[in-house]
Design a protein around this ligand. Sequence first.
Ligand SMILES: [Mn+2]
Length: 415
Amino acid sequence: MTILAAVAAFAVSADIAASDHATRRAALRKQLLPQAVVALIGGTEGDHGDLRSTFFQEPNFLYFTSWCEPEARAIFTDAGDYLFLPKRTDVRERYTGRKSAPGDEGIAAQTGFDHVLDAAEFAAKLKELAGEDHAVHWLAKTQGSAIVRETLGAARTLHPLEMPAARVRMVKSAAEVARIQRSVDATIDAHRAAWKRAKPGLYEYQVATSMASAYFEQGCERHAYLPIVASGPNAIVLHYGANKRRMDSGELLLMDVGAECADYAADITRTIPLSGRFTPRQREIYEIVLGAQKAAIAAAKPGMRFMGREPGTLNRVALDYVDSHGKDRHGESLGKYYLHGLGHHVGLEVHDPTDPGVTLAPGMVITIEPGVYIAEENIGVRIEDMVLITETGARVLSSSLPREAADIERAMRAR
Ligand SMILES: [Mn+2]
């Protein structure tokens, strides 16, 4: 139900198709000079250097090719796009299963690429397509991208792809928004599970596991990031992740958790009173953070600037609200306790790449997550929701998870 409500402004379309990736590559070409060549290196099974994580595709590679098998490479040109796949080896497939290979029947239709070549041909083909004077774009920091530099030589100027790619990825299609909504809904279930379970005397990791279980149970493949379940003083630590503390009565519990389902991330934070009721001071601070969040959401619309502290940004709207409401124990205003920026874009990655010079536009998905952290009062409050920028304003994708103090208290009493 939530999905239909959230994407009503878009046609509810079929899921992401191979043809969508050709559209994405065409959009990328519009960001580059004519005749530019893009060289992309996909992830490998050894990228993470240990057995704690399984293979997952480098996000730009996944976004522009849809290909999610290891050791692939790609070259995009005005005259056609090339995908390179490694040869099949029996030994490796014994460990990690059957893969596609160049020369497989129907490989062009399966990949959506006209040209599917052996990965061993990548260097020679790149040299040929780059020629002497085509602008070559690459992702310098991606694992394995040294081969692009080695192939073209140290003297050749290479152009960054990060910002052109980010400008395309920042605007989500209806199918992407639908996938994000699924991750949001699974994450909302995780928060509801936490509200049922959290109580004084339990450990933070017990809440974390209940939350993760809620989304893994639904088939989500990964955490979008490791769960932050931070009680009492830990709520002041912005990226606390040890989750080892025993929670005490009277404390706040800050939970910043997100599922990744079908490649797309969610990122939602709630702060709840462990005893089921906020103290007057906790509630006062909570209402200030909520007021700042509402002010920023109300101001979000196409053309607005998102981040930065200068006047006219959404971030400044939230900061001004915090700074003009309430005081600390020393009679000073609270702006100095707003310790981080208002939010970030979300997509394939929980911190999706962003061109900071681009203003908000329809189809962008961002978090709006003001926080106030007062160490000497043991109060850390963050409220984070995911917001879709629409033609006329913003729609909260995570609106079905309560955030009013009274609604949270009611939900905790009802368990
Ligand atoms: Mn976030």
